[in-house]
Write a protein that binds this ligand. Structure first.
Ligand SMILES: Cc1ncc(COP(=O)(O)O)c(C=O)c1O
Length: 363
């Protein structure tokens, strides 16, 4: 029994990534400058200065921005607004586990469209659409959670054409987009054609998840409808954290913080990529250019039975792969048991090498 436990489960930033001192200065400044607003009920679509900063960034009107208590909460509100019970929602397969469960809880049948190394299979999406049009398509186009894949430019265009043709919303959820360690940005779906796109993101991965500051950018009518739902649900968003984030941006500290994070995460990403290439050569590997996750699909003849339980005995904590799989689009059994997500940001290169070595020894 190995005693030092290596945890390769949640995609969370490590504590050393938090800009604690700077945030404390920003909280003080925000409270001193605007206590009457920040400590009061109200400002339903979010703290005005933060909405305005985001509107500038995305080149939209302030009315197209809603800032809420984390992006998952906004996803849930959007799901409750758009999904009629029994309606289908398409996701990538695999997809973000909490999105799948949120959509299901709101009454959707969640169907996964296979994910390829360059993003969702557009051919399979087109086939599914010919059969049934969804309430929306949920994508994590940049450095996907859980697989790490990034949606290629040409596929982004085709997804948007299909959205126009069939008339459905596309949620692009992009919390990892700014954490690119290599290569050039690919345009957001919104930049290619914003008409049917709901963009979601948050400051959880760029500042701190505990702040609970996430946002959506969408047509103004949709933002107004979700804002109304939020008001009826939470009465008022948490404004002190939003004001602190606005202050952080105003002071010009966000981009340097992102650069600091990239310097911290890049060696971990390299270590994970190398370890997976060396130790798991027979697996299908997703090595992204950014984000939090490398992943592997183990070969069919690998020993993946009770992998999570056996890994635990070796001091390696893994997330069960099945959680990331929605219903199949073709009726075939899903390959969840063979899928392993490998988050690398909150572990050191040494832990990464040892963790992947342990994984390889089990299969
Ligand atoms: C793809 C994706 N969307 C949304 C979230 C939730 O983010 P937030 O903290 O803003 O609710 C996460 C968190 O891990 C995520 O990976």
């Amino acid at each position: 029994m190995t005693t030092d436990i290596i945890t390769l489960t949640r995609g969370v930033p490590p504590a050393e990534a938090f800009p604690t001192k700077q945030l404390s200065i920003c909280f003080d400044a925000a409270l001193e400058a605007d206590a009457a607003v920040v400590l009061q009920y109200g400002q339903q679509p979010g703290y005005p200065a933060l909405r305005h900063a985001l509107a500038n960034e995305f080149a939209v009107a302030d009315a197209q921005v809603l800032v809420g208590n984390g992006s998952l909460h906004l996803q849930d509100l959007v799901a409750s607004l758009l999904i009629k019970p029994g309606q289908v929602v398409y996701t990538e397969q695999p997809s973000y586990d909490r999105a799948i469960s949120t959509f299901r809880r709101r009454g959707a049948r969640v169907v996964g469209i296979p994910l390829e190394p360059d993003g969702i299979s557009v051919d399979r999406l087109a086939a599914a659409l010919a059969h049934e049009v969804p309430a929306f398509l949920y994508l994590v186009p940049d450095f996907q959670n859980p697989a790490g894949a990034t949606l290629a430019l040409e596929k982004r265009r085709r997804v948007l054409e299909l959205a126009e043709q069939y008339g459905f919303w596309v949620i692009e959820d992009i919390p990892y987009r700014k954490l690119r360690y290599r290569g050039e940005d690919i345009p957001m779906l919104r930049e290619l054609n914003p008409a049917r796109v709901i963009t979601m993101s948050s400051f959880s991965k760029l500042l701190s998840p505990g702040l609970r500051v996430g946002y959506m950018v969408a047509p103004a009518e949709l933002v107004a409808a979700v804002t109304k739902l939020a008001e009826d649900t939470i009465l008022s968003p948490v404004l002190p954290t939003q004001a602190a984030v606005a202050e952080f941006i105003e002071r010009g500290w966000l981009q340097p913080n992102i650069e600091k994070l990239k310097a911290l995460y890049r060696p971990r990403w390299q270590a994970m990529a190398e370890a997976v290439r060396q130790e798991l050569p027979g697996a299908q590997q997703y090595i992204p250019d950014g984000g939090f996750f490398v992943s592997v699909m183990l070969p069919e003849d690998a020993n993946y039975q009770n992998l999570v339980g056996r890994a635990k005995e070796q001091g390696l904590v893994l997330t069960p792969g099945q959680a990331f799989f929605a219903d199949p689009d073709d009726g075939q059994p899903v390959a969840g048991e063979r899928f392993v997500r490998l988050p690398f940001c909150a572990v050191t290169p040494e832990q990464i090498r040892e963790g992947v070595r342990r994984l390889a020894s089990l299969i």
